[in-house]
Design a protein around this ligand. Structure first.
Ligand SMILES: [Zn+2]
Length: 84
């Protein structure tokens, strides 16, 4: 399903992931009429805006993959316990 864009809005990217136990989709857009042209909106209602393209991707990825590092940590902890 394509998100409805304003006439001045351009699609920049879509991120699929999950957080809080539910699937989440972040849509990033660029709109030069906004004070901060780059922005993303999540299906959960969260949104962020940025002056440059640079910050859009890492933050959008982080938002849709917040448990990635937690999972790695618990995995490492399990292995550590088994090793002892
Ligand atoms: Zn979200």
């Amino acid at each position: 399903m394509k998100p409805q864009l304003e006439q001045t809005e351009f699609w920049v990217g879509t991120f699929h992931g999950s957080h809080d136990g539910t699937k989440a989709k972040v849509t990033a857009t660029r709109d030069d009429t906004r004070p901060e042209p780059y922005a993303w909106t999540c299906t959960c209602g969260a949104s962020r805006s940025f002056p440059t393209e640079h910050d859009v991707f890492p933050t959008a990825w982080q938002h849709t993959h917040p448990t990635r590092f937690d999972r790695l940590r618990s995995c490492a902890a399990r292995r550590f316990r088994a090793f002892r």
